[in-house]
Design a protein. Structure first.
Length: 71
């Protein structure tokens, strides 16, 4: 039976926790960005739902495009 050294287990566990935390923070920032774009687009009568979908699908690129084309 092949077993990993204890140090490697600790290292892999720490890396997994870091990756999960990074992914959760990335998702929360994306959701907050999409909600902000939606509210701002609705306030400017630019079709908030469309911009919400664009930002959710494209992320930061969609937000940059929104900032360029907003009234």
């Amino acid at each position: 039976m092949l077993m990993m050294p204890p140090d490697l287990d600790i290292l892999l566990g720490g890396m997994l926790i870091f990756i999960v935390i990074f992914f959760v923070i990335y998702c929360l920032i994306g959701i907050a960005l999409a909600v902000w774009v939606y509210k701002d687009a609705e306030k400017r009568d630019m079709g908030g739902a469309v911009w919400l979908i664009i930002v959710i699908l494209t992320g930061c690129i969609g937000c940059i495009i929104y900032l360029i084309v907003r009234k």
